[in-house]
Design a protein around this ligand. Structure first.
Ligand code: NG6
Ligand code: CA
Length: 500
């Protein structure tokens, strides 16, 4: 630590100034999906190079096995189950981050950073019933971002439009948008996947993805209008990428924080023509190849702008992988020997490690020595860690569940946290301490059959020793009742302690 308390940044280095931060966050990318994490079959040359030049983490966890809760933690540093609203949100759900709440972007903005989110939002917008034709507040601009260009929720939910700041981009006032969730279709003039399956170019595989058809794809939720504002799925990657590159170029002089929230490989998986058919794994493989290209473009762009040594780039994912998530896109059939979660059990929605343990690579030439880190890290930790690296003193009482892990991110600490909490779907929590994982008894199906994902639900306590059993095959709870008791008490204590 130097005299300013800045861990990892040598006093006499040329890197004394505040680094830029970019978090590139994939949507549903699994621990086993990249070649640098052992995959074969999907080419990811750019991420593999990023891993070669950077620090590749083997024990980094999102806080949840689904998107909204996981992203809530990334932005607030708080475990999602502390906020009952932090559950998978509909596309018209209200904002779940309070305007008084400390956030990662708000903290960096206060420390002099320009801050932006580009890509998937899914943290809610507005306060109740949203009028998509007016200014929408609160928006990302009210929780710490200076700039925002986002999709409201997910690419399988309406409205299928981009928001520029607080307004729908490119909206023709003569063609207003209406959005409704739940119940029967309120817009009989607009075809749905249920009534007009012949209009679908990807068949839905469940009954949620057959509401309004937008661009030949059934979505969750009903909408009408907003034709000029409607996104094209094929160009989404370029739209977000170009915005991200422009943002970087426009903020060369100031330190910036860019949260670049990719939409891949979430369903519906619709790559740009350039990547369609580029792998033999079907659309899921193709959009992972496309995602990899986007990452490569950002790294190249930083270099071209002379910013690569001033920028800490983190690549990770919001939750684990899923093959069939509502559309018949041949993801399962074409998967072959590829294991999206690698050696881990479960996937998206699961309490097993496949749910929240994700790839994470930190790239910061000159600051981070290349290698692999087994440090235990939670995505809740970006708040305290980036604040530290930005030279901002965050009192412990304002860090929520975020731990100061800048030395972990920069590679000088390979141990990291003592413990962390993750959740499957529905705020069912799991605690990991050192190499032990404890899953308390939970009611519910053991398998999401249509997705082929083991949930982790079991009426008996489960205890796994990840050092010997990374695939969580051997429940050791009966052999180690003392361990079960200790971890149960730890989890209870964390739940009971709002300030951690
Ligand atoms: C689920 C959707 C799924 C996906 C998920 C959110 C159904 C049956 N499934 O409810 O397709 O949209 O929500 O994914 O509706 S996430 O990565 O944003 O959490
Ligand atoms: Ca996700």
């Amino acid at each position: 630590m130097n005299s300013d308390g800045n861990i990892g940044i040598p006093e006499n280095s040329t890197h004394m100034k505040q680094p830029n931060f970019i978090i590139i966050y994939a949507d549903d990318l699994g621990f086993g999906d990249l070649a640098c994490y052992g995959a074969s079959g999907i080419p990811t040359p750019h991420l593999d190079r990023m891993a070669n030049e950077g620090l590749r983490f083997t024990q980094s966890y999102a806080t949840a096995a689904t998107c909204t809760p996981s992203r809530y933690s990334l932005l607030t540093g708080a475990y999602p189950w502390r906020n009952p609203k932090a559950q998978i949100l509909e596309g018209d759900a209200p904002m779940i981050i309070g305007q008084e709440e400390r956030t990662l972007p708000g903290t960096l903005r206060d420390a002099g950073y320009a801050t932006a989110v580009i890509g998937k939002w899914h943290i809610g917008l507005g306060q109740g019933s949203i009028d998509w034709n007016q200014e929408i507040r609160p928006s990302p601009l009210d929780v710490g971002f200076n700039d925002a260009y986002v999709m409201a929720a997910t690419n399988d939910r309406v409205p299928c439009v981009y928001l520029d700041g607080c307004r729908v981009d490119n909206l023709d006032p003569a063609d207003p948008i209406n959005v409704v969730y739940g119940g029967a279709n309120p817009f009989p003039e607009v075809p749905t996947g249920k009534t007009h399956p012949e209009l679908l170019r990807i068949q839905h595989s469940d009954q949620q993805h057959f509401d309004t058809i937008v661009n030949g794809v059934g979505r969750i939720g009903f909408c009408r209008g907003g034709k000029s504002a409607t996104w094209e799925d094929e160009t989404m990657s370029e739209v977000f990428l170009n915005r991200a590159k422009d943002y970087i170029s426009e903020h060369k002089e100031s330190p910036f924080f860019l949260y670049y929230a990719l939409h891949q490989p979430h369903v519906p998986r619709i790559p740009s023509p350039r990547f369609a058919g580029s792998t033999n794994k079907g659309p899921r493989g193709d959009v992972i190849a496309e995602l990899d290209w986007c990452v490569g473009e950002i790294l190249e762009h930083l270099k071209a702008e002379g910013l690569d040594e001033d920028t800490v780039v983190v690549f990770s994912s919001d939750n684990g992988p899923v093959l069939d998530d509502g559309y018949e896109d041949a993801a399962s059939e074409k998967c072959g020997a590829h294991l999206p979660a690698g050696p881990l059990r479960g996937g998206k929605y699961s309490m097993f490690d496949g749910g929240a343990r994700v790839p994470m690579i930190v790239h910061a030439p000159g600051r981070v020595d290349p290698g692999e880190s087994p440090a235990l890290f939670s995505h809740a930790d970006f708040l305290a860690s980036f604040a530290q690296m930005a030279g901002c003193k965050l009192p412990k009482s304002e860090r929520a569940d975020s731990e100061e892990m800048s030395a972990v991110l920069l590679g000088s600490d390979s141990i990291g946290r003592d413990h962390l909490v993750t959740e499957g779907i529905g705020a069912k929590t799991v605690v990991r301490q050192e190499n032990w994982v404890y899953i308390p008894p939970h009611d519910g199906p053991a398998l999401f059959a249509e997705k082929g994902i083991e949930t982790g639900n079991d009426l008996n306590p489960q205890l796994y020793d990840l050092s010997a059993d990374i695939g969580q095959q051997q429940n050791l709870a009966m052999e180690h009742p003392d361990k079960v008791e200790k971890l149960d008490a730890l989890l209870l204590a964390i739940h009971g302690n709002d300030e951690n």
